[in-house]
Design a protein around this ligand. Structure first.
Ligand code: NAD
Length: 405
């Protein structure tokens, strides 16, 4: 029985660990296939994008799966042949499967806005965070030697387009890193302009008014300019064009305007709503019941509301867990369990000293949510590999810091 898990993000790693716990070493061969050899905590990447040192951003898959029966296969999935029950890696390597968990995540949605893909930087991975950090550094270094005020202004302007949680977290963090960035490049902190552009009349559309107000105040207090109710209409090299015709010259343009499922999903599955695979209540693909689709790639429906679940880490983990359970149940001849979405709450930061926690009807704002968010990351690492993995992660970070110093 070959069980393959495609993708080692939040959903895939959880599915593989649970499959190992339920079936590992008992006639099932479990493998997890991923492009890189590490599991990225993409919930944290806005921090290094702004130049902040973060304790844990990626965990090697070999550490997560040490002592389990899970085989880690490195490769990029280029095709899924449902009828033949095959997965193709890097266009040449064919792997067979009996059960498949597809957890291939999401990518930026560019909504066919002219010039957007070519002229903006996305924030959706560790590499993309590193690109943003390097790009901002390079622009500020050029600004320091630039005498022409208009050019200097464009080089020191960062536009963050899309003020959902990704855009707000990045804007807050970048605003707090401004003094350090300015010092490094011999600029004045106020010269570095951060502009968040949002299509909706407020940031964080869909959130309660208390969260919106608190996050807006925190951003404004940190010196972030907000342009609200102004969809980005086009992006040119070095400038964004808004729906009202206004242009903002900026040499750093970051796109945080939304995500869609990994493009491969559309090629292989029946999809709806931003390329996400249609699944039944057991999270099986409607095209092939031996294939489960979970996380950002799946259009999992909340049975209580009938609405699609948002693409977030906590729901990805729950879905990965359910897919593993249902594969176990199938093989044992037990009834499958239906998907029941549970939302523990929302935790987001607005810089290093403020954050928001929405738990049920209650919204907390201030330093406390920042602490809880950090603790939550440690709790997550513990859930992957217990204290052994946590110590390994901390030890590695300590060594890296020491090596850099
Ligand atoms: P999103 O879709 O939640 O937000 C995108 C924002 O961009 C929206 O506010 C939208 O109005 C705006 N937008 C879209 N088109 C635009 C345009 N042309 N011009 C200007 N603005 C435009 O995307 P996201 O923030 O990347 O979040 C993706 C998912 O990840 C969501 O489900 C979110 O809840 C989750 N997330 C959670 C956290 C957290 O829990 N801390 C952090 C980041 C993301």
């Amino acid at each position: 029985m070959k069980i393959r898990v495609l993708g080692a993000g939040f959903a895939g790693v959880r599915a593989a660990l649970d499959l190992d716990r339920l079936l590992g070493g008992r006639g099932a061969e479990i493998s997890v296939i991923n492009r890189d050899r590490y599991h990225e905590l993409i919930t944290e990447v806005y921090r290094p994008a702004a130049g902040r040192d973060v304790k844990v951003l990626a965990v090697p898959l070999e550490d997560i799966f040490a002592g389990t029966s899970v085989e880690v296969v490195q490769g990029t999935v280029t095709d899924i042949r449902l009828r033949e029950r095959q997965v193709v890696l890097d266009r040449e390597r064919v792997l067979k499967f009996d059960r498949l968990v597809v957890a291939l995540g999401s990518e930026p949605e560019y909504f066919a806005i002219p010039g957007l893909r070519e002229n903006s930087l996305p924030l959706n991975s560790l590499n993309s965070a590193e690109n943003i950090r390097r790009h901002i550094d390079a622009m500020l270094a050029r600004a320091a030697g630039q005498q022409d005020p208009e050019r200097r202004r464009a080089l020191t302007t960062v536009v963050i387009a899309g003020a959902g949680l990704t855009g707000v977290e990045l804007a807050g963090e970048l605003a707090d890193q401004r003094p350090a960035l300015a010092r490094r490049h011999g600029l004045q902190p106020e010269e570095i302009r951060i502009i968040a552009v949002e299509a909706a009349p407020d940031i964080l559309p869909g959130f309660d008014q208390a969260s919106i107000d608190a996050a807006t105040n925190a951003l404004v207090r940190k010196g972030v300019s907000l342009i609200l109710g102004s969809p980005l209409q086009a992006v040119e090299p070095g400038a964004v064009v808004l729906a009202d015709g206004n242009r903002v010259e900026a040499r750093t343009i970051i796109w945080s305007g939304g995500v869609r499922a990994n493009r491969l999903i559309e090629k292989c599955f029946t999809t709806r709503t931003r390329g996400r695979a249609v699944v039944n209540s057991y999270l099986q693909s409607v095209d092939e019941p031996s294939v489960y689709v979970v996380g950002d790639a799946a259009l999992a429906i909340n049975p209580r509301t009938g609405q699609p679940m948002p693409p977030t880490a906590q729901h990805a983990v729950q879905q990965g867990r359910l897919a593993a359970y249902n594969i176990w149940a199938e093989l044992k001849g037990r009834p499958l369990r239906g998907y029941r979405a549970r939302t523990a709450g929302t935790l987001a930061t607005v810089g290093t000293d403020a954050g928001l926690a929405r738990i049920g009807p209650v919204t907390l704002f201030g330093r406390f949510p920042v602490i809880v968010k950090d603790l939550n990351t440690w709790r997550y690492i513990l859930s992957l590999g217990g204290p052994r993995l946590l110590l390994k992660v901390l030890w590695r970070h300590g060594r890296l810091r020491w090596a850099r110093a």
